[in-house]
Design a protein around this ligand. Structure first.
Ligand code: HEC
Ligand code: HEC
Length: 222
């Protein structure tokens, strides 16, 4: 039932660009929540509605998902530690999400902002990465965009936890990192043109500060 709308491919460039053209799909997925769900440990154990229809929501038809910030705050976790004098390891975890996260709309992004007391900053974008096919390479029967990288929290296996890890350059002198996790609903172009405030288009899920114990420069030599 959910598959009809939450699993589909890109239309051909001809379909996307010319109104009135007979609608045709390519073989490239645009939304693949069902495929991700099939790759997870939940497949065959819990259905989509088993997770998305809670008591108290059945009458409203409001399926909590990417807009349920309190639930996301509970289900997502971030851990940061020094990996060597010049880097930190950033680990993001999702617990109990029965597919990749983010999923659905191709521009949905889980944005991680890292800030040091000294002004040092870094940003991570967890999402399905797409790029526009250059006009010279465009094919009327192929999609207008291509998938270049999967950088989501992957579908969880049977321990029901999924994780993604990054190594980020971080100055040796910085003694802390403040991490902010945002749910970003819009693509970059709409982010620039919208009149809606970032509180609506890119709400904060959680903010957490990590202290980095000072390390001796020769700490890695054991
Ligand atoms: C008739 C088409 C259709 C069907 C069938 C459908 N959905 Fe959706 N659903 C949508 C659209 C359109 C959206 C809003 C677009 C978006 O957020 O990606 C949406 C949004 C959602 C969201 C919220 C995403 C967010 O932003 O928070 C969840 C969760 C969801 N659907 C789950 C389900 C489940 C589970 C089923 C099957 C029981 C289902 N849907 C069936 C079309 C459909
Ligand atoms: C094991 C539980 C589970 C199952 C099974 C599951 N989901 Fe979800 N889904 C979640 C959770 C948890 C979230 C994130 C919101 C939250 O923390 O409550 C989510 C988020 C979503 C979103 C919004 C994602 C975003 O990036 O904004 C959509 C759409 C969605 N689910 C659709 C589906 C569909 C369709 C299926 C079946 C193919 C499905 N889900 C199966 C637990 C589940």
């Amino acid at each position: 039932m959910c598959e009809n709308c939450h699993e589909f491919n890109f239309p051909t460039a001809a379909t996307a660009m010319h109104e009135g053209e007979k609608f045709r799909y390519t073989a490239q997925p645009m939304q693949s929540t069902v495929e991700e769900y099939r790759a997870s440990g939940y497949f065959g154990r819990v259905t989509c509605q088993g997770c998305h229809l809670f008591s108290g929501t059945a009458d409203s038809h409001s399926f909590p998902g990417g807009h349920a910030l309190e639930r996301l705050k509970r289900d997502l976790r971030i851990e940061i530690a020094r990996s060597d004098p010049n880097h930190i390891t950033v680990r993001l975890f999702a617990q109990g999400i029965g597919h990749a996260f983010p999923t659905g709309d191709l521009f949905r992004t889980l944005r991680v902002r890292l800030l040091g007391a000294d002004g040092h900053a870094a940003e991570l974008e967890l999402r399905h990465h797409f790029e526009l096919v250059p006009a010279a390479e465009r094919d009327a029967n192929a999609p207008l965009k291509r998938r270049v990288k999967e950088e989501t929290l992957p579908p969880p296996r049977l321990d029901y936890v999924s994780m993604r890890e990054y190594t980020v350059p971080w100055p040796a002198a910085a003694r802390s990192v403040s991490a902010e996790l945002y749910m970003d609903y819009l693509d970059p172009l709409n982010t620039m043109t919208t009149h809606l405030s970032p509180r609506i288009t890119r709400p904060l899920i959680l903010r957490q500060k990590f202290h980095l114990p000072p390390q001796r420069a020769d700490a890695t030599k054991g």
